[in-house]
Design a binder for this molecule. Structure first.
Ligand code: COA
Length: 251
């Protein structure tokens, strides 16, 4: 069993049998993502790659994350950029076997937005302010925004957002599909849990296959789909679930 939460930990992790809730926890720095947060995200990825569960990402104190930690960024040099400190961590988050849900209250800026883009499902609150102001700081958004954002909202919107660095508020984010729902802050976690509950009712192997195949490159389709389906067609869980359905009908 996990011990009591340490308020100094940059990522608070609450474990359940079918899901993990991870809270970005540097509220005094608006949950800015520093190296310690990245290290904690890698440890969490080790765990969720080993024992796949749905991940719910949230931020403490009414903010998701106000970006990568600018105090650390300012000191980083070319070699650090090439290491892709945040980029690689967010790729691991995106590639976790089970779904990742970002529940975003308030600011999700820069690296905070990029972490949210790495999630499969994003929901938010009316105070959402999401965007990539990196060019204003003399850098580019290199931890996923330049390729993931266009996959989410399309090329034209993505490039407009990246070139202006403007922040998208809740109503627009919902309209352009950057988030799929808006909930009041006190209901946000429950809404994310309800999505995790819905996922938990499905077969985990089928969920894992769906996520993996969805992310396969275009030229791997339909082979990737058919290979995954071939495996699932032989799984005892498929026979059990389909037999359950048919026998329920017969009753
Ligand atoms: N990196 C490092 N520190 C950050 C940070 C970041 N991305 N975002 C906020 N902080 C720190 C502030 O420096 C301040 O620290 P201090 O109390 O030691 O001075 C503390 O968090 C509170 O921030 P503050 O700006 O006073 O809070 P606010 O509620 O008035 O404003 C924001 C919130 C998010 C609008 C504002 O903090 C901000 O613009 N942050 C940077 C956003 C950004 O450019 N992100 C992209 C980074 S790639």
């Amino acid at each position: 069993m996990p011990g009591p939460a340490n308020p100094e930990e940059p990522l608070l992790v609450e474990r359940h049998p079918d899901r993990v809730v991870a809270t970005l926890n540097r509220p005094h720095k608006r949950n800015a993502i520093d190296q310690a947060t990245i290290d904690a995200l890698h440890l969490l990825c080790d765990e969720l790659e080993e024992t796949p569960r749905t991940l719910i990402l949230v931020g403490a104190d009414g903010v998701f994350a106000a970006g990568a930690d600018i105090a650390e960024l300012r000191e980083r040099r070319a070699a650090d950029a090439l290491r892709g400190i945040n980029a690689h961590a967010f790729v691991r988050v995106a590639e976790l076997p089970m779904p990742v849900i970002a529940a975003i209250d308030g600011y999700a800026l820069g690296g905070g937005a990029e972490l949210a883009y790495a999630a499969d499902i994003r929901i938010a609150t009316p105070s959402l302010a999401i965007g990539n102001p990196e060019t204003g700081l003399g850098i580019l958004a290199a931890a996923g925004a330049s390729w993931r954002l266009k996959e989410i909202v399309g090329d034209a919107r993505a490039i407009e957002l990246l070139l202006t660095g403007r922040t998208v508020k809740a109503e627009e984010a919902l309209r352009i599909g950057l988030v799929s729902a808006i909930h009041d802050p006190e209901e946000l976690l429950a809404a994310a849990e309800a999505i995790a509950d819905r996922i938990a009712r499905n077969d985990p192997a089928a969920t894992i296959a769906t996520k993996r195949v969805f992310r396969a490159p275009r030229d791997r389709h339909p082979a990737a789909d058919l290979e995954a389906q071939a495996e699932l067609f032989e799984s005892p869980e498929k026979f059990r679930r389909m037999t359950d359905f048919l026998e329920r009908r017969d009753r």
